[in-house]
Design a protein around this ligand. Sequence first.
Ligand SMILES: Nc1ncnc2c1ncn2[C@@H]1O[C@H](COP(=O)(O)OP(=O)(O)O)[C@@H](O)[C@H]1O
Ligand SMILES: [Mg+2]
Length: 308
Amino acid sequence: MSGSELLDRRLVVVTGKGGVGKSTVSAALAMLAARRGKRVLVAEVDARERVAPMLGGRPSGPVIREVLPGISTVDVDPRHALEEYALMVVKVRAIYQAVFENRVVRFFLRAVPSLAETLMLGKILHEARSETSGRPRWDLVVVDAPATGHAVQLLGVPRALLATVPGGPLRRDAEWMQALLSDPVRTAIALVSLPEEMPVTETAELDARIGKELSLPRGPVFLNAMPRELYTEGERERLRAVLDAPPPLGPAARAAVLQAEQRVRASAQATRLRELVGRPLIPLPLLAFDRWGRRAVERIADAMEGQV
Ligand SMILES: Nc1ncnc2c1ncn2[C@@H]1O[C@H](COP(=O)(O)OP(=O)(O)O)[C@@H](O)[C@H]1O
Ligand SMILES: [Mg+2]
């Protein structure tokens, strides 16, 4: 798939190893889509509600709220999803509170582990296909999904249900959920990695699992925090020649050589990842910001411009 179609999807799921920049990429994709006039929802799954603050707003909580023109966010957490579901079944909040006090909710979440995932995914996918007066409520739903293993569990829910539930409303839900998730026209699973050994290995494994184990449409791989190319090979040679010069030249040259080597190592990992996943990567720059907020996300969105 070429990156240029990514934002024409209805649903983009962003996942990868912990801390690689999933929330940043989710926020930047939303910003880019909003710049193109799309109405976007970012759904954070069981996360620390980082996306709304990254866009300059308050943490969203469980109710959908617009944080920037065209961009709304919501935090989808398992307890709230279960409560909503139980309320739908029991209808009256007073009865719900009497019957489902927290202890019971906690018990359910432990006893039926994929119940929480089912409800969370159901809620997100419901948003992705919901319509108001004949047109889609959202042009794009971006899911800031959990890290690797938990994401596979979440995305595997409809498949697991189809394999175990013979009929009834739950099976019908699983059928439309799987149809939406596995449709390459409407959905893409985007991965985020870093140009380092462990994240590259984990990204390649996750990419293979999404394709082979889950049969879901694989989208682009973002290579986040790529250091800039600061020196040519000739300049690196000249820096190495003055490493032992007296201060300030020697120490400055040593710092520059360290930076240059970081870029060389990152490039090697980028090549490794590109070969492992068998398709081009979308590099995003390593940025220096004291506060990781809206300005940083804007810079990442700028870097994505023309690549997605
Ligand atoms: N391109 C980048 N350049 C520099 N630092 C980054 C970059 N992307 C992310 N970070 C840093 O990494 C932190 C984690 O990013 P985040 O998007 O929250 O990751 P995740 O959602 O995968 O846990 C950010 O708060 C920021 O400090
Ligand atoms: Mg995050």
